[in-house]
Structure formats: C-alpha cells, structure tokens
Design a binder for this molecule. Structure first.
Ligand code: 6R9
Length: 710
C-alpha cells in the first residue's frame, strides 16, 4: 500500500495535472500525405477551399452545400437564430429529399446502379438496382404509404435490416414528408417498441427474416414484441407492414396477426408502376428521427431537417468521401445508425453515387469476405469503424494481401482509433495506396465535424484532423476558458457555430435538447446571437500545435486516479501496442486510497493463449508510456468484450463487473452472453485475492453505472 502511495506522489510527470484537464500522454504520430494520383483526382485539392469557409464568411459559406441540391423554391434566409439554440437553416426554401436522391438522376444516370445489394449467403447473387428501378420502387412504396393515410409530419417506424427495401422505404417516406425512424434491426422488439411509443408512430415496417452469421433469423417475432411494448406505453400500432426476404414465401415462424399485419409484396401488387408526386417540403421540416442513448433511460430521438441535413451530407460526401461518378462506394456501417443514414443513403444518393449495401456480418463465412466483395464489385472507396477493423485484423491479418482490390480512399468512424490499428488499416487493407479519413462526428451532428480533407491534408494516425469546412471548434476547460492548441492539455470540445447538419431538437424533449447540448457554456439563455451558444459535444479532446484534433472519447469515460484524469482511450491505445492484444478496455475501480484505480480488460489475437507474460507486457507498456499512476490494478485477459450493436465497447458493463455492482440493462448488447462469463472469471479471481470492495456510496454507484454512457 505504501508503495502504491509513493507511486502517486513520486511521479513528477503528472504532478501539474489539474482536475479540469485530462493529462495527455499520447505520443504524437507521423504524417501520411495523400498519394499524387489521389490529389490529381480529388474533389478538393486546392487548400484555398478553406478560405471559402472562414468565420467571416459564415453562414453564407454553406450555400455551396445547399447548391448541390435541387430546390423547388430557393430560401429567403440562410440561418435564422431568432429561437436560439433551435437553429433554422435555409428558411423559406422548399425541396424534397426523395426527389434529390432519386428523380433528378433519371436524366443522366437512369441505368446506373444506385444500390448494389450483397446478400450474406455467397450462393445468392448480388443485385444491382439502377436509379430507374429505385425510382419505380420508391414510388410504389410511397403509394402504399399514402394509401394507409399517412401524410407529411406523421411518424413511421422501420425495424429493418440491411436490405434494399430499407432505403426504398426511407425514400418513400421522405417523398411524402413522413418522418421516418429506423431502429437498428439487432435491437430487441422491446427497444423498438419504446421508440415507436416515443415517436408516436402508428405504422411499423419490418421484414420476416434476414441473414446474420449464416442463420436466417426470424425477425417478425420482434414486431409482435414491439407492438406490445408500445401498447404498454399507450401507443397503438394500426399496421405492421412485413416485407419478405424471399417475396411470395414466408421465412418467419411467427404467425401474421389478422387485420394488423400485411405482406408488402401483396400491397405493392395493387400499386404497380404508380407514381407519387414528391411533396414540396420546407427546408426546416423534419426528415427523420434517429434515436441515440444518453445517460438516462429515455432514448433521445434526434430530429434532422430536410434542407439543412441533406445539404450538409451532400457537401461532406463530396469533399470528404471524395465520391466521383465512376466510383463504387461501400460503407460497411448499418443503415440503422446515423453513419448509414448520412453516408450510405442520403449523402451518396444525393450525389448519384453507386452505394453498396451488405446484409451480413463482415467475417461471414470467413475473414476475407469484405475483400472478396471488394474484388467482385470493384469497390474503390471503403468506409468502416475501428471495431470492425480490429476484428478483421484479429481474425485475418494477412487476408487483404491475397485479394486484388484497390481502394483509393478509406474511412474510419465511431471511436478513436488506436495508432497501431490505424497502421494495419493503412498498410494491410489500404495496401499503402489509399488515403484514410478519420471522421469525428455524432448522431446529433448529422455529418462530419472533424476530418482531414483527403486530397489536401496528410493523415495522422489517431487524430481526426482539423475541423471540417465551416466548422469552428474550440477546446474549453470547465470554466469555459479556451485550452490552446499545442498546450498538451485536453478539455471539452465544443463547436462554436451552428452548421446545417446539426439536429433540430430531441423529439418531444426540447428542454433536454437545450440542457444537454447548449446549457453548459451558454452565458445568456435569452441571447439570439449564435456566438453565445457553443455546442457541447460531450467528448474530451486535445489539439496539437498543427491544429489536428485528437478525440479522447466521451468525457464521462475518464478515470480519475488520485486527482489525475486519464482518458480510457490513451490507456487502451498503449495496451494495443502489445503485439498479442486485439482489443482493450480500461475501467475505474473504486479504491479507498487513490479514489479510483485502473483495471484493464484485454482480448487476444487468435493463436495466443492468456499468460502472465502478456499481462506483464501490458502493465509495463502502460507504466512506460503513461506513468506509474496508470498502472492497472489488474489485467483481465477475457475471451471477448461486451459490445453495443454498433461495436462500441460497453465499459459500464465491465466497470460494474470489476466493482461488483449491478451490470444494468444488457439486452441491447450484441453479445449479452459474454457478460456472465467475464463476471465469473473476474469476480472469482477477486474473491480469491480478497479484493471485494466495500459497499459503494450512491455517487460511486452512479459513476460506475454511467461509466462510458451508452
Ligand atoms: C458517427 C457516430 C458519437 C460518438 C462521439 C465520439 C465517438 C465518433 C469518432 C469518435 C473518435 C472518431 N466518435 N467518431 N471518436 N474519433 N472518428 O459514431 O455517431 O454513434 O452518435 O457516436 O462516437 O465519442 O461523441 P454516434
């Protein structure tokens, strides 16, 4: 114990860290400039583009994005701040998202593939859906929705997997101004039910089944649960529209409910070739809701607008995804997340791109599946998350080299990426030929906030790069003072200005919208000047002298050891420098002397067995790179990490395990079965070592319960 105390007081490298600042220990990385061939073809290759988006040109700078769309009526006011912070973009403008993503491409791209759908079973051929065909299908499904009496402003819930019927349904709703709320298919029926109730939807659209890891799942059963859960909250669902994975044949075991459930293919038969005029919507009308979790139970329905959102995703797709007419673009995210909405459906289709949709898991039937798809379809732009990259690196580190595909551009999104993992992505997946953009943003923000411009800025592993065009971030300490670039200090990242992609409100919870995102740094709640309303992103970050931001993770992910705040991500990054380690998660354990101490969970690459040596390597690496202060109390080598369906590690579940507290709701996990395994492993070892903590205070319990949010 005395030894432990010495660790804290003797460690001069952290001695001047203050409570408000997270000490930053990450090593800076080198630069990776774009190859000349990439620069030569890039949509943005002249650094002068930044001058069109400087602060003095705001908000008119964003007209360039709105001009990428077709408008029925041009706006009168670019940005209306009169009801701050409920910003209104392109006020008075009229447009339709479905028209912009479909109809307007018929003139020159009717026979070009809009979507290429890859079913999970390799025995099933992929399906290319041309813009003409998409137009027909969107119109027919819009006719079905219209027939049900749905109209602009009504809400509709989709609980759909990665099949082309999902974008068709989204675009059909958008055509009529019906506000869609797509719930990730992997979520339970009950989770869908809560979201149906929250949004007040009367119609649920689902499918009988879909493939996941080789199994044709019965998905319809979840619709029954969803309707029941919604009813408990007082929301009646009139109709459940059931697509069929194989039209004409029913793939679920759950019976259809008479009068409520209808097969979509039957309904469509009555609307063959019917056309539905796109509704002229206000730019400020809502396009969709995307639910995301917060620290309290009620999910947040982030409401995105037709005009601002579509402009922003079109602009960022053009400059950051660098899409060109001949590209084949594959984003491996799920359309059930914001990434899929913005960068599989709305952004790419607004620009007339060919967007690939894959039904299944990336490693089915083996770790080379993505690379086979890339070869087969000629994919040249690839977009995925650190969790998928880590997984593919874990199960098939040498697979990409065996396949003759060539990416010119790759994206990582969703979490900070450890430099080690970034380098594998660059060298192995990108074969050293592709630029990488590390795009930092959120469900709430509609599109990218931080990223390199791929034809201009060099990439730096672990950093998202500078602010996106027209975005004005700052890093603030708890008192609102700016933390200067290059200071080596971290703080809360905020965006000082509104931008067109920002969400309009939390559906039905406007006070929560203001209190969660704007109250923290607002000095005058009556102000209608945007300068008074910095957007609080809830992420910790640091800015290097070169202006690049490094996102350290959610501010509630910080572990405070004896008054020194350690970012989970930097601890995990160091663990990943140990060759055997595939994934790592750091959590706090309540400690009577130091407040909190770090515990580290790691999983190993295939072919390695847990050993005391690996534990020692992880421990030594952390002590060496961060300091003795961060020395983990325990290192647990576990078979897998509990993860959300979007692949984010659920640190609160691990934290609860380490602290012997209740793991809380685990029903939305991708792998709930791992929780009990880890609990048994860790807690029996702790019992044997006499490390069972005292009873925790309410504040401590709350901290553990909400550690890492989600
Ligand atoms: C798009 C998306 C948002 C949170 C965000 C941050 C983390 C996303 C990141 C990143 C570091 C990146 N995050 N991208 N952290 N580098 N490139 O993921 O939306 O699901 O709402 O998550 O994800 O912590 O605040 P969402």
């Amino acid at each position: 114990m005395a030894d432990d105390l010495n660790d804290v007081t003797d460690d001069d490298e952290v001695s001047e860290s203050s409570e408000a600042l997270i000490a930053v220990h990450w090593r800076d990385e080198g630069y990776y400039p774009p190859p000349p061939e990439f620069v030569a073809q890039a949509n943005a290759s002249d650094p002068a583009i930044r001058e069109q988006f400087t602060e003095d040109k705001f908000p008119d700078s964003f007209i360039a994005y709105a001009d990428l769309l077709d408008w029925y009526k041009r706006w009168d006011t670019v940005l209306d701040t009169s009801n701050a912070p409920f910003w209104k973009w392109f006020v008075g403008g009229e447009l339709n998202a479905s028209y912009n993503c479909v109809d307007r491409h018929l003139a020159d791209k009717a026979n070009k593939a809009a979507l290429i759908w890859v079913p999970e079973p390799e025995s099933e051929a992929h399906q290319a859906i041309t813009y003409r065909e998409l137009y027909v299908r969107v119109n027919e499904f819009a006719a079905v929705l219209k027939d049900l009496g749905l109209k602009a402003g009504d809400r509709i819930t989709f609980h759909m997997p990665m099949v082309p019927e999902l974008p068709v349904a989204m675009l059909a709703a958008a055509r009529l101004g019906i506000v869609h709320s797509q719930v990730f298919a992997g979520f339970s029926g009950t989770a869908a039910g809560h979201r149906i109730a929250d949004s007040g939807s009367t119609v649920l659209v689902t499918i009988d089944g879909y493939y996941r890891s080789g199994e044709l799942l019965d998905h319809k059963v979840k619709a029954d649960e969803a309707v029941e859960a919604a009813a408990k909250e007082g929301q009646h669902v009139d109709k459940v529209l059931v697509f069929r994975r194989y039209p004409g044949q029913y793939s679920a075991k759950t019976p259809m409910v008479e009068g409520r459930d209808v097969f979509v293919d039957d309904l469509l038969a009555a609307h063959k070739a019917e056309l539905v005029e796109p509704v002229h919507l206000q730019a400020t009308d809502p396009l969709f809701l995307m639910y995301t979790s917060g620290t309290t139970g009620r999910p947040k329905g982030c409401q995105h607008s037709v005009g601002g959102y579509l402009s922003y995703v079109a602009g960022t797709t053009k400059y950051y995804q660098d899409v060109h007419p001949d590209d084949t673009y594959w984003c491996l995210a799920d359309i059930g997340w914001i990434t899929g909405h913005s960068y599989i459906v709305y952004g790419p289709l607004a620009l007339g791109t060919t967007s690939v949709i894959y039904e299944g898991t990336p490693n089915y039937p083996d770790a080379a599946r993505p690379w086979r798809i890339a070869v087969q379809l000629g994919v040249n732009i690839f977009h995925t998350s650190p969790t998928s990259i880590r997984m593919l690196r874990k199960v098939g580190p040498d697979e990409p080299a065996k396949y003759d595909y060539h990416f010119k551009h790759m994206t990582t999104v969703g979490e900070p990426i450890e430099p080690e993992v970034w380098k594998w992505y660059y060298e192995s997946v990108g074969k050293g030929e592709a630029v990488i953009v590390d795009t930092w943003w959120q469900t709430e923000t509609g599109g990218f906030l931080g990223s390199t411009l791929p034809g201009i800025d060099p990439a730096k592993p672990g950093s998202c790069g500078p602010a996106a065009l027209g975005i004005l971030p700052a890093i603030l300490d708890e008192d609102g003072n700016e933390v200067p670039a290059g200071s080596g200090k971290a703080g809360n990242i905020v965006i000082r200005n509104p931008w067109p992609g920002v969400f309009q409100t939390i559906w039905g919870q406007p006070e929560r919208f203001v209190s969660t995102y704007y109250a923290k740094y607002n000095k005058d709640p009556k102000s209608t000047d945007w300068h008074d309303w910095p957007y609080f992103a809830g992420d910790g970050a640091t800015q290097a002298a070169d202006g690049y931001f490094r996102i350290l993770g959610r501010v509630d992910d910080v572990i405070n050891v004896a008054g020194h705040r350690l970012g989970t991500k930097e601890l995990e990054s160091v663990a990943l420098t140990v060759n055997e380690v595939a994934e790592a998660a750091a959590v706090p354990v309540v400690d009577d002397v130091r407040g909190r101490v770090v515990e580290m969970y790691v999983s190993l690459k295939p072919g390695f067995a847990p050993s005391a040596e690996i534990e020692a390597k992880v421990r030594d690496a952390i002590v060496k790179d961060i300091g003795k202060i961060a020395r983990p109390k325990n290192i647990w080598i576990v078979p897998d990490m509990p993860k959300t369906r979007s692949g984010k590690i659920m640190r609160r579940v691990i934290a609860a395990t380490s602290n012997f507290t209740d793991t809380g709701d685990i029903t939305t996990l991708a792998n709930p079965e791992i929780v009990e395994k880890i609990r048994h492993q860790v807690q029996s070892a702790k019992h044997a070592k006499g490390e069972v903590p005292r009873e925790l205070s309410e504040a401590e319990l709350n901290e553990i319960k909400s550690f890492g949010a989600e």
